[in-house]
Design a protein around this ligand. Structure first.
Ligand SMILES: [Zn+2]
Ligand SMILES: [Zn+2]
Ligand SMILES: [Zn+2]
Length: 557
């Protein structure tokens, strides 16, 4: 069947850049009955991310028990915050906060009122054990400061770490064990300081390597062992290298990574990372079919504008979600379908403009419901009453231009710099305020308490003792104080690694900086000159020889 639509170029109401709506997009919008968006995909992504706070954590009191708790919500938010177990208990009822719909006022204004009185859970940790300092965890055990932590055990300091064991300081790590300082790595064991690697073992400082064992500082190698800086070496030379450049000394890691970077400038680089795909565009897509303009995808089909998503089907504009179908403009979802403009919705269907609801169906404008159907603003209706109200709400939201958009930024309980928007799309305070986003100046941190600085940290493994947990370290970049925990000291000792000279936030920011931005730019293949779409910035396209997928395959395999 041919599509009745044609490409349409629109000017983003927010950033004033042009963006294109393609015929298939119109078909999707038709199918789920929303108008075509007036703001561009990047601004839509930024808007959703302002509602997710991973790691800006506060000590505060539970509004229910008065207990001292750790929460992603600062003590000055409008709504009550309950300690997570208290939130999940049966001795309070979200429906007690129900409101009537007032059709003389904008619907989202009323949704915002409900969201400002309904109790919120301090953190979002589901089916997890001993993960009090992690946030957004699912089926996790013993994980400390891991954010976006799914099916992990004994992991520390991470951001989007799924199905991993005993791994520390990673960003986008999948099915790995004993990995350290890795970015976008999969199925690897004992891999450190590496990026874009798959199934590598006992290796250091690799970039874009696959099935490699005992390699150091290599780029683009496949099925290799005992290589240093892409040159084959004997087992003995390899051993000597490790003795000459022990990783307990930070300057040796810097040397390896510097050499690796030089190598990267000489060998062809792929324009896209991912595998087992048919017909996709974006970056970091695995097992996708017809997934476009999407980033950090594990499984999924017929979807577009997906960011950190596993198994999305027939969905557009979704961020940080798993297992969903026919969804649009959603954030933090799991096992749900037909959801629009909502966040933190789990095992539910036919939901719109709601937050933090579990096992629900046919709800609109609700907060904190469990096992409920046919509710509007946390109030129960019959099926017929619900359908009538829902249609009237859609009509009114269509008139106000809200239907089909995510919650507007002013509804977010987080300032721009508390949310992950500032990790993926960093802004200065002035830039954020100029875009009418909020900014928080008093994010808690400790300074000036330090008992030791990075350069004075022990370099000899014998000195890696639990006594180090008593020290207060001073970050060499931001001067904020941080501490070490027992498990990481044991890990550094076992894997013969240097102790971190920077705080977790600075280590994370550095890793984020090494990733390409989640946007596509056009460029040309350095070999055949055909046009390519890549997430490499123009300056990086000049720095490296970026090849199209076809040329890369011909050159490397
Ligand atoms: Zn825009
Ligand atoms: Zn720092
Ligand atoms: Zn080419």
């Amino acid at each position: 069947m041919t599509n009745q639509y044609q490409n349409e170029t629109k000017n983003c109401q927010n950033c004033k850049n042009d963006f294109t709506i393609e015929p298939d997009d119109f078909s999707f919008y038709d199918k789920i009955k929303v108008p075509a968006p007036e703001i561009c995909p990047q601004c839509r992504q930024q808007q959703r991310m302002q509602f997710r706070n991973f790691k800006t954590l506060y000590k505060r009191l539970s509004s229910k028990s008065g207990k001292s708790i750790v929460s992603m919500y600062s003590p000055d938010v409008a709504f009550p915050v309950y300690e997570s177990n208290e939130w999940w208990s049966d001795d309070w009822e979200a429906m007690d906060y129900g409101m009537d719909v007032d059709f003389s006022r904008p619907f989202l204004e009323q949704v915002d009122e409900l969201f400002k009185i309904a109790p919120h859970p301090a953190m979002l940790n589901i089916k997890s054990v001993n993960c009090e300092y992690s946030n957004m965890t699912l089926n996790a055990k013993n994980c400390y400061l891991v954010f976006g932590c799914v099916d992990d055990e004994d992991c520390d300091y991470g951001h989007i770490v799924w199905e991993c064991r005993e791994s520390i300081d990673n960003l986008y790590l999948f099915k790995c064990e004993s990995c350290y300082e890795c970015i976008d790595c999969l199925g690897s064991t004992k891999l450190s300081y590496s990026q874009e690697c798959e199934s590598c073992v006992d290796s250091i400082g690799l970039f874009d390597c696959k099935n490699c064992l005992n390699c150091i500082g290599c780029v683009g190698l496949v099925n290799k062992s005992y290589h240093i800086f892409n040159q084959p070496v004997t087992k003995e030379v390899y051993k000597e290298f490790l003795e000459k450049y022990p990783l307990t000394d930070k300057s040796n890691i810097d040397y390896i990574l510097k050499e690796q970077e030089e190598l990267r400038k000489k060998v062809p680089q792929r324009s896209f990372f991912g595998s087992h795909n048919t017909n996709v565009s974006g970056n970091h897509i695995y097992n996708g079919g017809n997934v476009f303009y999407s980033f950090d995808i594990k499984g999924g089909e017929d979807s577009k504008y997906c960011f950190t998503v596993r198994k999305a089907v027939d969905s557009y504009d979704v961020s940080f979600t798993g297992e969903l179908s026919e969804c649009y403009q959603v954030l933090t979802m799991l096992g749900s379908n037909r959801v629009i403009g909502s966040q933190t919705i789990v095992d539910s269907h036919d939901v719109s403009y709601s937050e933090c609801c579990f096992n629900c169906s046919d709800i609109i404008g609700c907060y904190g419901l469990r096992k409920k159907s046919y509710c509007v603003l946390n109030k129960q209706y019959s099926k017929e009453e619900y359908e009538f109200l829902k249609n009237k709400i859609i009509e009114s939201m269509n008139k106000s231009g809200d239907w089909g958009n995510f919650f507007p930024a002013w509804m977010s309980p987080f300032a721009y710099n508390e949310s992950i928007a500032n990790e993926y799309m960093p802004l200065s305070k002035d830039q954020a305020l100029a875009q009418r986003f909020t900014w928080k100046d008093d994010i808690p941190s400790t300074k000036g308490q330090g008992t030791i600085v990075g350069e004075n940290l022990p370099k000899s493994l014998d000195a890696y003792t639990d006594d180090l947990t008593k020290e207060i370290l001073t970050c060499e970049l931001c001067e904020k104080n941080y501490k070490l925990i027992n498990r990481e000291i044991t890990f550094y000792k076992k894997n013969k690694l240097s102790l971190p000279h920077q705080c977790f936030n600075c280590r994370h920011a550095k890793r984020m900086n090494l990733r390409n931005v989640r946007d596509l730019r056009s460029g040309n293949c350095a070999k055949c000159n055909n046009e390519i779409l890549t997430s490499y910035k123009p300056e990086d396209q000049n720095k490296y020889q970026i090849y199209c997928e076809k040329c890369y395959q011909q050159e490397v395999y």
